[in-house]
Design a protein. Structure first.
Length: 274
């Protein structure tokens, strides 16, 4: 795809960033590719931190336009912000910060991405969500708002799991036991690293489901999704979530809405170069 003339990085260049315990390359490559395609004078860089408060203070002090927030900071960052958009306040979880002249507002674009991804699914199908953290909150809220009523939240942390389940009228379970048509993994199981070989759900449950949804981004083809694909199941990947939520972040940061061809180009570029 032909790119517009992008200004050289200089004093007027706007900086956007991400904060994560385990930074990846997808978001960085995706945003920077879209800046190239749209000719915007922006640059994007990923970071990790052991001092969240200092990092957020730096965003404010340096005029960094926007920041993506990933595990394990999605809830811990809230007291450090000036306000929350409805997408974040409704689920007490932030994955995006927008800086307007020193005023930091938290948003949650994970929620919007999941709403879009489950919108075409059969709302009567029972589901199991494994996880109870910030992303699990976004998933549970999106399912509830899309009319899914028959659900179980699986979480070893009983307090967090019960609280999330009770908030939306779902069941809580400490372990994966209940079969369901829709299986959603919102844990690190299958993620590159110590849990890379872990299967998020038992093989028998995967064989009996209709849709397998894994929010893990690295790798895209987790053991869970490989098993589901081999069994002929419909699969929704972490890459699907990452692309949709990143587009919403891009719009929040820049005020520019990329077209479908630009989004497809940036997503393919990011996957090929991550």
């Amino acid at each position: 795809m032909e790119m517009q003339m992008k200004p050289l990085i200089g004093r007027d260049t706007r900086l956007c960033m991400s904060l994560s315990a385990r930074p990846g390359n997808f978001g960085t490559r995706f945003h920077n590719r879209l800046y190239d395609l749209t000719g915007l004078d922006f640059v994007y860089k990923s970071f990790s931190t052991i001092d969240l408060a200092a990092a957020i203070a730096g965003i404010r002090a340096l005029g960094i336009r926007g920041c993506a927030i990933s595990m394990p900071f999605k809830e811990a960052v809230i007291p450090l912000l000036d306000g929350l958009a409805k997408t974040a306040s409704a689920i007490d979880s932030v994955n995006t910060i927008v800086n307007d002249d020193g005023v930091l507002t938290g948003h949650n674009t994970d929620y919007g991405a999941v709403v879009d991804l489950v919108a075409t699914l059969d709302r009567v199908m029972p589901f199991v969500v494994q996880g109870s953290g910030g992303m699990a909150k976004a998933v549970a809220a999106a399912l509830s708002d899309n009319g899914f009523r028959d659900g179980t939240i699986v979480a070893r942390n009983e307090r967090a799991g019960r609280a999330l389940a009770d908030l939306y009228g779902y069941r809580w379970a400490p372990t994966v036991e209940r079969a369901a048509a829709l299986l959603i993994n919102v844990t690190p199981l299958g993620m590159t690293g110590a849990d890379a070989a872990a299967l998020a759900f038992p093989a028998a449950m995967i064989a009996g489901c209709e849709v397998a949804f894994d929010v893990v981004q690295y790798p895209i083809d987790t053991p869970f999704l490989r098993a589901a694909a081999a069994a002929g199941k419909q699969c929704i990947t972490g890459a699907d979530v990452a692309t949709l939520q990143a587009v919403q972040q891009f719009v929040l940061y820049t005020g520019v809405t990329p077209d479908a061809a630009q989004v497809a180009d940036a997503a393919a570029w990011a996957r090929a170069n991550s």
